[in-house]
Design a protein around this ligand. Structure first.
Ligand code: ZN
Length: 310
């Protein structure tokens, strides 16, 4: 049993309207779902991704209105590494981000920048061979668009213990001394461990809450058995409506989730309607008027688009 790379990454924002603007208009991702935090339905859970909401390109945010920027530190993922198709795409993104007054750092075949709350991103040229996961955007040709996740960089309190879990339980392959690749039949992705910073972590806006690894419905139950046999405390099976999950904190402090590719975002309706209305899981549907009245109004990022050819 192996993981098909990254399923999704979940972070925190204090400003949902600006978050939607940055990730859809600037970065060109599709808003694939507007939902609420199932553990706290007074706040949004926003999902961005490729055109059909595939695992592997799914970046999600819990909104805590007005939350101040936090600080990535030990026990957290601190940078999201995305794939792009070519060196020309790196140059395109450098120009595009600079035009948006986003500071960029070029070098070593990559482009680094942060969002308006300090969440770090890096773009690298895609050499994975995985199918690219691309969203349609009127200003971003498909060959220059983001291709989905390449990997993440993280800070572990106990790198050796994190490595042991990755290698022995999760069947990750060590690479280059500081990173581990999780590769299944469908996709691949990696996690790299960096030296922890001196300042303590503060989980707030612009920081990453957890990372989910991509598995299948068929193997999900067996991963639960693997965790139980290893004596690792975990959430048990959780129904997240779009997928099923198991959560556990690996021994280096990073919150891991094991999520199924199925059923996916189209469980609620056709692909064309993704992200256009607030989706609630069935057990919150009867509270819809109260829930919607508390949420920050958000525009449909595609409302004023001319029809595009897909
Ligand atoms: Zn998650």
């Amino acid at each position: 049993m192996r993981f098909d790379g990254i399923h999704h990454i979940t972070a925190i924002t204090g400003d949902a309207p600006r978050n939607v603007d940055f990730y859809t208009r600037v970065l060109g991702l599709r808003l694939t779902a507007k939902s609420v935090n199932q553990d706290d339905p007074s706040v949004y859970h926003l999902f961005y991704g490729d055109e059909v909401g595939s695992p592997g390109a799914d970046l999600t945010f819990f909104e805590y209105p007005g939350a101040l920027p936090g600080r990535a530190g030990a026990g957290m993922v601190h940078r999201i590494v995305w794939r792009v198709g070519s060196a020309e795409a790196l140059a395109f993104w450098a120009d595009r981000l600079e035009a948006e007054a986003v500071d960029v750092e070029r070098g070593g075949g990559s482009l680094r920048f942060a969002d308006f709350e300090g969440l770090e991103h890096e773009l690298v040229v895609d050499e994975s061979g995985d199918p690219p996961l691309v969203a349609v955007h009127p200003e971003i040709p498909a060959e220059l668009a983001l291709h989905g996740f390449e990997g993440v960089r993280a800070y572990s309190y106990r790198p050796q213990s994190t490595a042991a879990v990755l290698e022995r339980l999760m069947n990750a392959e060590p690479q280059d001394g500081d990173r581990w690749e999780l590769r299944g039949d469908a996709r691949r992705g990696w996690i790299a461990l960096d030296t922890i910073p001196d300042e303590p972590a503060r989980q707030s806006a612009g920081t990453i809450h957890h990372i989910a690894w991509n598995t299948t419905e068929a193997e999900h139950g067996r991963w639960l058995e693997v965790l139980q046999e290893a004596g690792i405390p975990n959430s048990g099976l959780v129904d997240r409506h779009y997928f099923r999950s198991i959560y556990f904190r690996e021994p280096g402090g990073i919150l891991f989730e094991l999520a199924t590719a199925e059923p996916g975002f189209t469980v609620d309706g056709p692909v064309e309607e993704l992200g256009t209305r607030i989706i609630l899981p069935p057990w919150l549907e009867q509270q819809r008027p109260a829930i919607e009245s508390r949420l920050t109004p958000l525009p449909d990022p595609r409302a004023d688009w001319a029809p595009v050819t897909r």
